[in-house]
Design a protein around this ligand. Structure first.
Ligand SMILES: C[S@@+](CC[C@H](N)C(=O)[O-])C[C@H]1O[C@@H](n2cnc3c(N)ncnc32)[C@H](O)[C@@H]1O
Length: 461
């Protein structure tokens, strides 16, 4: 029975999709969750309530709410109110068909089920009550920083906001204490500066129980051809965090093969003063993350700070030289870092010297670690670095903008033994893997290096 109702819902959705082109739906950020994914999401909820209120923002066809209602009824729940919020008038007839199917099922089961459908912009809806359960596949769409939605959620906006992250915060804020939620969303919120406040809100205010990720990049919405790394995560709204979080790694959106792991929440949720959510997908990754649990803090907490080289070439052409000249001093660039070693000068057709009168672009000639900021996707290792022991004969040097370099926060000199220790850490497979878990893109920004855990002893001690 449940299966045939779901089949009806999804066949209605297919009819809707035939009438509305992919481009049209894309402009509304409308991608539908598959039946198997919807069932899997509901599976991550316990649905043990007697009387329950559900909210599904960005409801679309309402299939996600339907799977929760099925589970609640199966568990003996007798009274359910369900709020569906959707701003697209075009999908409403399909949503209403889902509601009719669900109402007749509930009547048959003797369950008091009522719906309220709000055709509105969820982020602008005021005066909504609190709910017991939320299920959601929010719209993924960048919005302007000065849009009404961004202004309404300004505490959670940094850089260019994306609707999905604001939907997450708003939904969680609408939940009662200990209410359950399950979301399917991009993975981008789990790291990086843009989502810092959103992430902090989620990690501080909810107890994540399960995370599900997909092996293949585009497998969570295979029917919709969505090329986006997605994740499902579920939990409860409260300020606790259980000790262990369950991680499911699925081969795709059919969930035919799932690898299960249990990981300690403190090791994947926090690093020093910065919170990230690391999502390991293999036992090896879990082992590496565990190794870092001994770290007392980040590089920054340990008194080091990585900075980005000050010389942007195209803005400072007049100061740059190919060869050593009377008033020139060395300027290091990423090609001076090669297979873990520093070589200078090298045979390239690019400037390696800068005019010593370019005051603002000069740095003290001190020992440092140089790290390449860009690596290609093909490069095996993300962190490419080397030790720089200060060259004799110069009080100043400079560094091009595609290179990060290490300094001490107290302005002191980095000793040769510190150089050896830190380059040993950064060149280890473990740090490289950890960095990849933290950071999905190929840039190695100074900020991300500063947030890496710092191990006082070597990686294997
Ligand atoms: C990714 S789809 C998910 C649809 C459905 N819940 C599912 O999982 O298949 C997001 C839905 O949110 C709707 N939507 C987009 N912006 C919205 C907004 N500001 N307020 C309410 N709904 C919105 C879209 O029309 C779309 O139906």
């Amino acid at each position: 029975m449940i299966n045939s109702i779901l089949d009806t819902i999804f066949s209605n959705t297919e009819h809707y999709k035939k009438r509305n082109s992919k481009e049209e739906r894309k402009s509304k950020a409308q991608f539908f969750t598959s039946k198997k994914t919807a069932l899997q999401m509901a599976d991550y909820l316990s649905c043990k309530n007697d009387e329950t209120s559900i909210i599904e923002p960005g409801a679309g066809n309402g299939a996600l709410a339907a799977t929760v209602i099925f589970k609640l009824i199966k568990n003996g729940c007798k009274k359910i109110t369900c709020t569906l919020i959707e701003n697209d008038i075009g999908i409403l007839p399909t949503l209403k068909e889902t509601i009719r199917e669900m109402e007749s099922f509930a009547t048959m089961k003797g369950v008091n089920l009522s719906f309220s459908v709000l055709q509105d912009n969820f982020l602008l809806c005021d005066d909504l009550p609190e709910y017991d359960i939320a299920i959601m596949n929010p719209p993924y769409k960048k919005i302007r920083k000065d849009s009404v939605e961004s202004q309404k959620m300004s505490d959670f906006v940094y850089g260019q906001p994306n609707l999905y992250s604001l939907f997450m915060v708003k939904t969680l804020r609408l939940l009662k204490t200990n209410a359950e939620y399950v979301f399917i969303v991009p993975r981008s919120w789990t790291s990086g500066e843009y989502y810092k406040t959103v992430r902090k809100y989620i990690l501080d205010n909810t107890d994540i129980s399960t995370i599900c990720i997909f092996n293949e990049r585009n497998m969570s919405f295979s029917a919709e051809n969505v090329l986006q790394e997605t994740m499902i995560f579920a939990g409860k709204k409260n300020g606790h965090q259980r000790e262990m979080i369950s991680i499911d790694v699925s081969d795709g959106d059919q969930f035919t093969s799932i690898n299960h792991y249990l990981v300690s929440s403190t090791t994947i949720k926090n690093i020093g003063s910065n919170s990230y959510l690391l999502i390991p997908s293999t036992q090896n990754e879990i082992n590496v993350i565990n190794k870092f649990s001994n770290a007392k803090g980040t590089f920054k907490d340990a008194g080091y700070v990585f900075k980005t080289g000050p010389v942007v070439e195209f803005r400072n052409k007049d100061f740059l030289h190919m060869e050593k000249e009377k008033n020139s001093i060395p300027m290091f660039r990423s090609t001076n870092i090669s297979s873990g070693s520093f070589s200078f000068p090298i045979m390239i057709n690019k400037p390696q010297y800068i005019d010593s009168r370019a005051d603002k672009l000069l740095l003290a000639n001190e020992n440092t670690i140089l790290v390449r900021r860009l690596s290609s996707k093909e490069e095996k290792r993300r962190i490419q670095c080397c030790q720089y022991k200060k060259l004799k004969g110069y009080s100043k040097i400079s560094i091009e903008n595609h290179v990060d370099y290490l300094t001490r926060i107290d302005g002191g000199t980095i000793s040769e033994s510190e150089l050896a220790h830190i380059s040993g850490l950064l060149m280890s497979d473990e740090y490289d893997l950890y960095f990849r878990l933290l950071n999905g893109n190929t840039q190695v920004n100074a900020q991300d290096l500063n947030n890496l855990p710092y191990l006082e002893r070597g990686i294997n001690q």
